[in-house]
Design a binder for this molecule. Structure first.
Ligand code: MG
Length: 258
C-alpha cells in the first residue's frame, strides 16, 4: 500500500471512530502505580568522556594513593604502568559501576596469555581479563573481555596494541547466607570500547587459573584489584560509582482481595 493510501485509510478510521463516539466519549483513566518514589538524586554527568559528579575517582593520572601497592607502579604522563605487584583499592565496593581505561604495550612481546596480560578484579575475586587480543590467539575464555575461564567476550572488540581502550562495567555483588552458601550469584555486564561483550552474565565463582570457578564467602564490600601479570599494561581514568536501587513505598492495600 502506498503511503498516501495508508494515510487516507487512517483518516477514515479516525473519522468513523469520532462519529460513532460523538457525545459518548469516556474519559481515559491514567494508570498510576500508587508507589511513592523518592526523587532520583541529580548527577552531573560532566562533559562527554567526563567523570559523573557522584563517582569516586580511583586514579586521575596523578598518583595511586587510593591503592594499596600503588607506590610500586610507575606513574607518568597521566597514566600508570603495571609493575611488580597487584594493586588493590583502599576502599571496598559492592554493587557498582566501574570505568577503567587501559592500553596494552605498543611494543608487542610474547604471545597468547603472555601478551599484554593484566586484569580487573571485581571484589578482589572476579577477573575481567585484560589482554592484547588484537590478532593474538589464546583460549577464548581467557581473551580480552572474558570473565576469566568462565565466559568469552561475545565479540572481540580490541583496539591495536598501544591504543587506549575502555571498560565500562556494571557489577552486582553476590549475596551469601550466614552458612556461606550463595543466596544470589554475582552478575556482570561489560562494555569494551562502548560495545557490549558481557551481558548480565551470571558469575560462577572466583576466577581461578588452575581449578574450576567456585564461590568462597566474602564480605559485602571488597576492594577492586588490578593484576600484575608481568606485562607493562597502562591504566588511566579509573572511577567507580556505588549502585543503589531506588526504593519506593508501596500503597497500603485495601482488603485482602483473596
Ligand atoms: Mg589476567
Amino acid at each position: 500500500m502506498s503511503s498516501i493510501r495508508r494515510v487516507a485509510s487512517w483518516g477514515l478510521i479516525v473519522g468513523a471512530a469520532a462519529a460513532a463516539g460523538a457525545g459518548t466519549v469516556a474519559a481515559v483513566q491514567e494508570y498510576k502505580s500508587g508507589i511513592v518514589w523518592p526523587e532520583p538524586p541529580v548527577v552531573d554527568p560532566g562533559p562527554p568522556g567526563g567523570v559523573p559528579s557522584d563517582a569516586i575517582v580511583l586514579f586521575d593520572g596523578k598518583d595511586l594513593s587510593k591503592w594499596n601497592g600503588g607506590d610500586q607502579w610507575e606513574v607518568k604522563d597521566g597514566y600508570a604502568v603495571v609493575r611488580k605487584t597487584d594493586i588493590t583499592t583502599k576502599e571496598a565496593f559492592g554493587d557498582c559501576q566501574l570505568h577503567v581505561e587501559f592500553a596494552t604495550p605498543e611494543v608487542v612481546k610474547g604471545s597468547g596469555q603472555g601478551r599484554g596480560n593484566s586484569g580487573v578484579f571485581l571484589m578482589n575475586h572476579y577477573e575481567v581479563q585484560v589482554l592484547d587480543s588484537y590478532g593474538n590467539k589464546t583460549y577464548f575464555d581467557g581473551q580480552c573481555g572474558a570473565i576469566y575461564k568462565e565466559s568469552p567476550p561475545m565479540v572481540n572488540v580490541c583496539r591495536k596494541p598501544g591504543e587506549w581502550q575502555t571498560y565500562d562495567i556494571v557489577f552486582e555483588a553476590p549475596r551469601f547466607g550466614a552458612d556461606g552458601k550463595v543466596e544470589k550469584p554475582a552478575y556482570i555486564t561489560v562494555l569494551q570500547n562502548g560495545v557490549v561483550v558481557q551481558n548480565h552474565f551470571e558469575i560462577l565463582g572466583d576466577t581461578y587459573y588452575d581449578r574450576p570457578p567456585a564461590y568462597t564467602k566474602h564480605r559485602e564490600r571488597e576492594p577492586i584489584r588490578l593484576q600484575n601479570h608481568g606485562n607493562p599494561v597502562k591504566y588511566r581514568n579509573i572511577w567507580v560509582r556505588d549502585l543503589k536501587p531506588i526504593v519506593g513505598k508501596k500503597p497500603a492495600t485495601s482488603g485482602s482481595g483473596g
